[in-house]
Ligand binder design. Sequence first.
Ligand code: SF4
Ligand code: SF4
Length: 565
Amino acid sequence: MYVEAKRGKSRELWKFHGGLHLPEHKDISLTRPAQQTSLPKRLVLPLHQHIGVPAQPLIEVGQHVLKGQKIADASTPVTAPLHAPTSGTVVEIGDHPIPHPSGLPGQCIVIEPDGRDEWSELPLPITDYLSADTKTLRERIRESGIVGMGGATFPSAVKLNPGKPIKTLIINGAECEPYITCDDRLMQDDPQRVMAGVRILQHMLQSEECLIAIEDNKSEAILALHNLVQDDEPIEVIRIPTLYPSGGEKQLIRILTGREVPSSGLPAQVDVICHNVATAAAIADAVLEGKPLISRLVTITGEGIREPGNFQAMIGTPASELIAQAGGYQNNPQQLIMGGPMMGFDLATDAIPITKGSNCLLCPTSEELPRPEAAQACIRCGRCADVCPANLLPQQMYWYSRAKDLEKVQDYNLFDCIECGCCSHVCPSHIPLVQYYRFAKHESWAQEQERRESEHAKQRHDARVARLERLEAARKARLRKKKEALDKKPPAKKAAKPEATDKESKQAAIEAAMKRAAEKKAKQQAQPKNTENLTPDQQAKIEAVEQRRKATQESTPEHETEQQS
Ligand code: SF4
Ligand code: SF4
């Protein structure tokens, strides 16, 4: 198949297996340009908005933050930092409902805006990016928290480090899922931003060719970008047939290049890297203005919404506030879907925040998008396999997922399933096939995680045992050395004194002590007594006392004397 491309050249396009022509429902939200939204009352920012390790808070409750300030990050390679979308106070760090198919809550930073919308100091713009080295640009993209905004949310800086030259850069503007129009709106309203990002990506990867792929139902977007491409640029805007899911990465590579990404492989293996148009625009903001990723375009649509459209929403804005800005609900809608009708998932509440990967909030009525009928037994019709764009065997995957035979379901290339929903859509038995695959993937990841953790624990245990053994061996070696050293050393001779000398010394000490005692006694005897040298008067008094004592003794009866004594 050949199509008209830039500069009148024809370009060969390929077909992928399966796919579906679906009612588009795109007009509902395309009637007016994208609108700015007012400042929300609270912003709820999940720490895990990307594929990889969740970011960790860098701030505390009660702290005042400025717009664009980094508020969470992690040091692992596959992660993305988080920035405050406006200035305000951090009022909470805790679990809140988040947009996830599991419906489980996740850790979030909650900011109460102060209304001033005051920017923090931003890094300097890299306007001359052609002179900047790739590492500097990658670091800027990483620090700006940019992830794939087409829904994959893989950190863009990691994707931009393929470790080898890449021949083809593909910019994905296909936006193939019904209802969603935010990429179309971005290309129509802000084509310069998109093209600026495309050129930065082209420079970073030094690719031979850059192909911007847009489905042929978006003529205005095609024209808007086409008009900005210079003749001497290796960039082409390619109009591709509208067929769901042509925007799937592997499907788009197949359409544009005819190359097949191997099972469980990456596009870089076939010399291709893909980025979404919104990601390209965010990269332009980061490099040329130093602005981090703090807002995105979101389609609010469906018959259940009063004034559908596209809205520039701060990351963390509650869905309920965004829906209120789109005029609120109408027609008694039956459900609220995050994403489109094919790949989106039901939300239990509208009290969930917009994240970096949220491209659409769909609110259909029951007539518009009837609930699937009750599932019946598989009749082995094979329709699911006919439409599968990944060329899988959905029926077999269903059986093994249902039986929880995870090994077997992986043998059928479960992880090549892009969860496009084509198989479920055509299944005459109304089996919710994608839900089985999601469950099987989740269980397989959990098992793998458990296996890694126990392997890690075993490695830690083995390392500890080895360390203790080393320490014990070292201790024994030290003792042995010490003993050997002692054995070699001649015994120290004691300064033995002859026994006779000891005795002599004791005897001498005794004699010296006796001598000292004798000298002391002689000295005492030599001292004058207090009855010597008396005056005649003193002598007379003493004699008088003596006579009185004698007289008393003679007059006292004997028994009294005895008692007194
Ligand atoms: S389409 Fe449904 S009924 Fe038909 S083979 Fe697949 S799972 Fe079975
Ligand atoms: S959901 Fe998976 S199995 Fe079903 S059609 Fe899409 S890729 Fe194939």
